[in-house]
Design a protein around this ligand. Structure first.
Ligand SMILES: *Cc1c(COP(=O)(O)O)cnc(C)c1O
Length: 490
């Protein structure tokens, strides 16, 4: 049954004259106000706002909010996006007045608390990366990539090297080539290899004095650890190039191994993925980067450094790296998300971080084991924190597509996994459970997929049945979105 009430717009609930609150008549004569405002700015009619009572407003928005799928309400196995549970304790601490009521324009000496927190965050991110220098500025993973590539470009320029090529595997996230192109590099995409990993011979054929950076996600987008990463890094370093680790999948390896130790020179974190920042629908993010020492001078400023005040106490300062590429974002970065990430790391501690990645990998392998006989996983026997199954076989046999499965899962109360990415797996379903899900939830999810695969394909083509909108025209929704209500007749 579709939820009719929530499909109505608040404008459609409007009845002339209805109000949430009725105020006493204003005793300032209207004409005297009109004299204060230049006539060109006065409208002839009041704006076309909905006229509704207070309960109408409250019910409308509360009902709308219950239609959302979220990590607080549903299992959300959205591969590559690491939709982690956001601990409520951290939300509460983030709302302490000493944190929410400060402003970045305050004097440095008056915001020592938050600067101290951000300094420690820099230190923890450097430690987990195995790369010593951190900039907290970038506002998301994509901007982190872009910032690191500008940093690398500044380094090459400073050393009189003309390196123009950025290389990446075909399973790379779309932001990798986009960042490279935006930073002024030429892009070279490797072909997919048979086993889902980088083909060293093919990579080698592209390496030369023009090579600037190889961008690689590890574990990669198929949920497989690039086991030759140390060799790959050496190959890059031998021709004077740099290795960029896309850290979106750090949830699989944090506390287990470090990008700096397997040869990475630069990386970004997605704090909103790996470290529990709430995100979705283009929401808030933080994409700090960590780099090797020799790149530190080029990082965007300000970075936070620790010194001592006259009494010998810790004092935190905002400083600019000497050859900085400049700013990439206002102030110190997206502090709200960085703070949540900081709290997550402090809550877990070194041991807890390691256990979290183990649990994430275990959960993914558990679902994979439950499903692999009905939804084959073309690459890898064991996976890391996520895996990519293919519905190509069931589509051929029963006419059930990855999209049908994803849509029908909504009726079972599960958010859909990522579908049709990476592009080189046909009918891809990318499943990432994260570490906090119980065995019961994982079992129920696998059971639902089994049930869906036993259903009639015609029935599945019209799913979901429990949502107010079932199957929007995806192309039209992306190309011609209707984002605002227009008064009838306008
Ligand atoms: C999410 C993601 C990105 C982009 O990160 P944003 O924070 O969304 O900008 C880059 N690479 C991979 C592999 C990702 O999953």
């Amino acid at each position: 049954m579709r939820n009719q009430q929530a499909t109505q717009l608040i404008f459609e609930l409007s009845v002339p004259g209805r109000r949430a609150a009725i105020y006493p008549k204003c005793d300032v004569p209207v004409d005297s106000v009109k004299e204060l405002i230049p006539s060109g700015f006065l409208s002839e009619k009041p704006p076309a706002l909905p006229e509704v009572t207070e309960p109408d407003v409250v019910r409308h928005y509360v009902n709308l909010s219950t239609l959302n799928m979220s990590v607080d309400t549903h299992f959300y196995p959205l591969g590559s996006c690491t939709m982690k549970y956001n601990p409520k304790r951290h939300e509460r601490i983030c709302n302490f007045p000493g944190l929410v009521d400060i402003h970045p324009y305050q004097k440095e000496e008056n915001i020592q608390g938050i600067l101290g927190i951000l300094f420690e965050m820099q230190e923890m991110l450097a430690e987990i990366a195995g790369l010593p220098s951190v900039s907290l500025q970038p506002a998301a993973g994509a901007q982190g990539e872009f910032t690191a590539l500008l940093t690398a470009a500044a380094y090459f320029r400073d050393h009189g090297q003309n390196r123009t090529k950025v290389i990446f595997p075909s399973s790379a996230h779309g932001t990798n080539p986009a960042s490279a192109a935006l930073a002024g590099f030429d892009c070279i995409q490797l072909k997919q290899t048979g086993n889902g990993l980088v083909d060293l011979e093919e990579l080698k054929s592209h390496l030369n004095q023009e090579t600037a950076v190889f961008m690689i996600t590890n574990p990669n987008t198929l949920g497989m650890f690039e086991k030759d990463i140390a060799t790959i890094s050496k190959m890059l370093h031998d021709v004077g190039g740099l290795v960029y680790i896309d850290g979106a999948n750090m949830n699989a390896i944090m506390g287990q191994t470090r990008p700096g130790d397997f040869g990475g020179d630069m990386m970004h974190y997605n704090v909103h993925k790996t470290f529990t920042g709430p995100h979705g629908a283009g929401g808030p993010g933080a994409g700090p980067i960590a780099v090797r020492d020799f790149l530190a001078d080029y990082l965007p400023g300000p970075v936070i450094t620790k010194t001592e005040d006259d009494d010998g106490n810790d004092y935190y300062q905002l400083t600019n790296p000497v050859k900085s590429i400049g700013r990439v974002r206002s102030f110190f970065g997206n502090v709200g998300i960085l703070l949540r990430g900081y709290l997550y790391l402090r809550t877990l501690g070194a041991k807890g971080v390691k256990e979290a990645s183990e649990q994430a990998v275990l959960n993914a392998n558990y679902i994979k084991a439950l499903l692999k006989d009905i939804l084959p996983v073309p690459n890898g026997d064991l996976c890391m924190h996520e895996f990519v199954a293919s519905a190509a076989d069931v589509q051929k046999k029963n006419g059930i597509s990855a999209m049908d499965i994803a849509k029908r899962l909504l009726d079972f109360g599960f958010h859909a996994p990522t579908v049709y990415f990476p592009l080189d797996v046909p009918e891809a379903l990318m499943i990432e459970p994260t570490e906090t899900e119980s065995r019961e939830t994982l079992d129920a999810f696998a059971e639902s997929i089994k049930q869906i695969l036993s259903e009639d394909s015609e029935y599945l083509h019209d799913a979901p049945y429990s949502t107010p909108v079932s199957r929007p025209d995806e192309v039209k929704a992306a190309r011609k979105p209707v984002l605002k209500w227009t008064e009838p007749g306008k």
